[in-house]
Design a protein around this ligand. Structure first.
Ligand code: HEC
Length: 221
């Protein structure tokens, strides 16, 4: 009983004290007492204010030359990815339903490197080699055997991309995996351009042939 009274009193006093201080969000004439500033005051610049930090006195800066808004494609620059675009829906699947952009033909995965890229021949494969080295090899291994350094740190399910099922997978499906990822493999669409994804696919095909003993890299040089 004593405990109950004590507790009730504590609550009443607490509410009274808060009431005097003014609740957050409550409108009042006086400047309210700010117990914690809740990040209300931050060392930042607001839009359209002056800043003496820059010589021209403007706080707002222009984007770096060549900046492309996420999800937009600007002629003559890098082609950006499709649908998974951070949920913006800009440049989504529906807008780019063609094989080049999706790896799909209707509801099926297509096979073959899109013509306008395939015509780049060895250049495309070379580009793919470089990009594969940047974006894939740490997981899948330089020879695509699924034994990149990341595996040693616990990502056990990394796929061997030279296996028979992978060799049989249509190009469009591999393209799609790069774009959207699969299970524990994250989507690389947001960072690898359409062209580069196809380049990586063509380089992967070369790696598969090497693994099969059907392509002697040294001889080709
Ligand atoms: C963070 C590590 C990681 C990176 C980076 C990564 N992958 Fe993967 N990848 C995986 C894992 C893990 C799997 C197995 C996913 C699963 O459980 O099916 C996989 C699976 C795949 C598959 C097989 C999909 C299937 O149908 O089973 C392909 C193809 C593939 N990756 C290609 C690539 C390519 C090409 C790149 C580079 C553009 C890449 N991956 C980058 C981890 C990675």
């Amino acid at each position: 009983m004593i405990l109950k009274i004590g507790f009730g009193a504590l609550i009443i006093t607490g509410v009274a004290a808060l009431g005097l201080a003014g609740f957050r969000g409550q409108k009042g004439e006086q400047t309210h007492v700010e117990w914690f500033n809740d990040m209300a005051h931050q060392p930042k610049v607001n839009p359209q204010v002056r800043s003496d930090f820059f010589a021209d006195g403007r706080a707002e800066r222009k984007p770096v030359a060549g900046t492309i808004p996420i999800g937009y494609n600007i002629a003559g620059t890098y082609y950006q990815n499709d649908g998974n675009n951070l949920g913006t829906g800009v440049g989504a699947f529906a807008n780019q339903p063609d094989y080049l952009n999706t790896g799909r033909i209707g509801e099926f995965y297509g096979d073959g490197i899109p013509e306008n890229l395939a015509s780049r021949g060895a250049d495309l494969v070379k580009r793919g080699q470089e990009r594969y080295g940047i974006y894939c090899s740490h997981c899948h291994g330089v020879a695509a055997k699924g034994n990149g350094p990341v595996k040693a740190f616990g990502l056990m399910t990394v796929a061997d991309l030279t296996s028979e099922p992978m060799r049989k997978q249509p190009d469009g499906q591999i393209f799609n995996t790069i774009t959207h990822g699969k299970n524990t493999m994250g989507a690389l669409g947001p960072i690898v351009t359409i062209e580069d994804r196809w380049a990586i696919v063509s380089y992967l095909r070369a790696l598969q042939k090497v693994a099969e003993g059907k392509l002697n890299v040294a001889e080709k040089k």
